[in-house]
Design a protein around this ligand. Sequence first.
Ligand SMILES: NC(=O)c1ccc[n+]([C@@H]2O[C@H](COP(=O)([O-])OP(=O)(O)OC[C@H]3O[C@@H](n4cnc5c(N)ncnc54)[C@H](OP(=O)(O)O)[C@@H]3O)[C@@H](O)[C@H]2O)c1
Length: 244
Amino acid sequence: MLELENKRILVTGASSGIGRQVAIACAESGADLFIVGRNEERLNETFNKLKGANHQKFILDLTNEEAWLPLFESITDGLDGVVHCAGVNTKYPVKFLDKSKIEGIMEINFNVPVLITQKLLKLKKLNKEGSQVFISSISSSYAAVSNAIYGASKGALDSFSKVLALELASQKIRVNTISPGLIQGEMLENYELKDELLAFEKSIPLGRLGKYEDVSNAVVFLLSAKSSWITGTDLKIDGGITLK
Ligand SMILES: NC(=O)c1ccc[n+]([C@@H]2O[C@H](COP(=O)([O-])OP(=O)(O)OC[C@H]3O[C@@H](n4cnc5c(N)ncnc54)[C@H](OP(=O)(O)O)[C@@H]3O)[C@@H](O)[C@H]2O)c1
């Protein structure tokens, strides 16, 4: 029996990066998926990589609540897991912030996962003994220049998740966050400051940047019965950088 066999799982941000690898790993572990992204071509690419036949895809902008309807209507037998991966990391020095920049980051990184959760609960679409995983970031407590609002959005998500874990414990629904450090992705392949990146990599105690699989392995564990007594935690996956 595979770890996520017979489980129905929603993965947001599945058209790219961490969310794509999470979707692939969940499908390999036997889950039936609802995957969400905005970019049709890239979401299709993910969809075509999923093992198994019972998956559904939804191309929508999650900041538009009205667009959620087809997704929620398709979840007829409830969800056993939700992985909130959709997010942006837009960087601004504090001096250049304004209200719309703050709202732009908070909207998708905080408001959207919170409101999706509220709606799933209200519509009773989260099954008993389910598991929710929020992809946070070490940036919530590890300061980096120009990351103030991004870090704050993830800090807000961390606080929200702990209260949610408490509120849902009586239904045996578990809630945890994962806080990755810097993951080696497409974005970094074109990163111009190669020397800076190399120096940062050397400063990581375990000597390398993260891989998408480092995160997806942990997500599968937190969705599975193997973590059935774990709720309200944050799992840092950062090669030890925050030990310093
Ligand atoms: N990569 C890292 O080093 C790292 C480290 C710590 C935490 N994280 C967190 O991990 C999560 C995923 O990051 P990533 O690096 O994989 O980023 P990514 O490759 O840029 O992927 C972001 C995903 O979010 C989706 N998304 C963004 N805005 C959306 C919206 N309004 N509606 C629907 N979907 C939306 C994107 O969809 P489209 O592409 O289709 O628009 C994409 O699928 C984020 O929450 C990020 O903060 C990443």
